[in-house]
Design a protein around this ligand. Structure first.
Ligand code: ASP
Length: 245
């Protein structure tokens, strides 16, 4: 495994992602795991021109606010471990939906698997045109006692307009949309609480409730190890170390 340090790479000299990958492939790398600030960065690596010859497997470890496949799969594993099914499960995703690649991947996959998705949080972070095909926008306090999975999201300050953070009121957010004791107490007995991390304690999740019986926060992290091992194996085997698919 070679950690790739972008700051000290030829990316700073203007090298394209394609050329960086071409270089790594020439050095004998079979598979790149790429996390990138740009949505769909992988387009230039999978839609090759006739004159391009790149042979490299790619796992998307998160692209901008686009998708986060490995987080989504480890989340599905965590939900499946609890319920043994997805059919009919009610999953409430709360928070910065428009800027969250975790929310995007999960709403798509959960819907495909037969779960019922609900959304809550500030309306400015809910895009009706995009999200209504996956689920319904609700008020958290109206559904908290009926859901099976509560999925909390971190507020993605890094993707907001510069200066927006100074007008963000963390305690107000917590009161309106965060998981506090009163909401925790209303959850169904079998319900679980999830968060992709990193947590901002006291914002989306009350500090003292992060490590409670319904929390799956550390289980998600542990499942991430197994799921990512499985993904690596599946991609390496599937490609038989050749070709790009
Ligand atoms: N770790 C997750 C991600 O990479 C969630 C987050 O950063 O809020 O998107």
């Amino acid at each position: 495994m070679i950690p790739f340090d972008v700051q000290h790479s030829s990316v700073n000299k203007g090298e394209t992602l394609y050329d960086t990958e071409l270089t790594l492939a020439a050095l004998g790398i079979d598979l790149s795991i790429i996390r990138h600030s740009q949505n769909d960065y992988y387009d230039e690596l999978i839609h090759l021109q006739p004159h391009q010859t790149l042979q490299m497997g790619i796992i998307n470890a998160g692209d901008g606010s686009g998708q986060h496949p490995s987080q989504s799969l480890l989340d599905m594993m965590t939900i499946y471990e609890q319920f043994g099914t997805f059919t009919g499960l009610k999953v409430l995703i709360v928070g910065d939906l428009t800027n969250s690649r975790v929310a995007r991947s999960n709403m798509e996959l959960l819907t495909k698997l037969g779960a019922q998705v609900y959304f809550a949080g500030p309306q400015t972070w809910y895009d009706e045109a995009e999200f209504s095909q996956y689920g319904q926008y609700v008020a958290i306090d109206e559904v908290i006692d009926q859901i099976d999975v509560l999925m909390l999201l971190r507020v993605q300050h890094e993707r907001h307009q510069p200066g927006a953070q100074s007008s963000f009121d963390a305690s107000q957010y917590h009161a309106q949309y965060g998981l506090n004791q009163a909401r925790y107490d209303r959850l169904k007995e079998q319900a679980i609480v999830m968060h992709p991390g990193p947590i901002n304690r006291g914002v989306e999740w009350a500090d003292e409730l992060v490590e409670t019986p319904k929390s799956r926060y550390t289980i998600q992290m542990e499942n991430g190890v197994y799921m990512r091992m499985a993904m690596l194996e599946a991609v390496m085997r599937g490609r038989q170390l050749g070709g790009l698919s």
